[in-house]
Design a protein around this ligand. Structure first.
Ligand SMILES: [Zn+2]
Length: 112
């Protein structure tokens, strides 16, 4: 039997269950590679069980710092939009002034 044929027995033994396949169980009992895999999987199962019991408590200042960062970004975006509107309004006013000056010059030229 090859090691990759004993994966069910390795998985069962890693969770402290009895292997249902006797041939696979015999292979694992005689194979150092499979025994190492059982040990590694047991350690992984133990660590996962410990994580299940480990509770993380959120930082009390996390919400206020996130909201502060959002407010800061929103204020920055608002300032940029206001500057853009002022620049567009200024350009429109300049263009209007130039158009009026050109029209007034044409009127004077035609009148004289
Ligand atoms: Zn093996």
């Amino acid at each position: 039997m090859q090691c990759d044929e004993a994966v069910e027995a390795v998985a069962s033994l890693a969770t402290d269950e009895q292997a249902s396949d006797v041939v696979q169980a015999r292979h694992v009992a005689a194979c150092l590679r499979c025994q190492a895999e059982v040990a590694r999987d047991r350690r992984l199962v133990r660590e996962l069980r410990e994580l299940r019991a480990h509770h993380l408590s959120p930082d009390a200042t996390l919400l206020s710092s996130v909201l502060g960062a959002v407010d800061h970004e929103a204020a920055l975006i608002l300032r940029l939009r206001t500057r853009r509107r002022v620049a567009i309004g200024s350009a429109a006013a300049t263009a209007s002034g130039i158009a009026i000056a050109i029209a007034a010059r044409k009127v004077r030229t035609v009148a004289s």
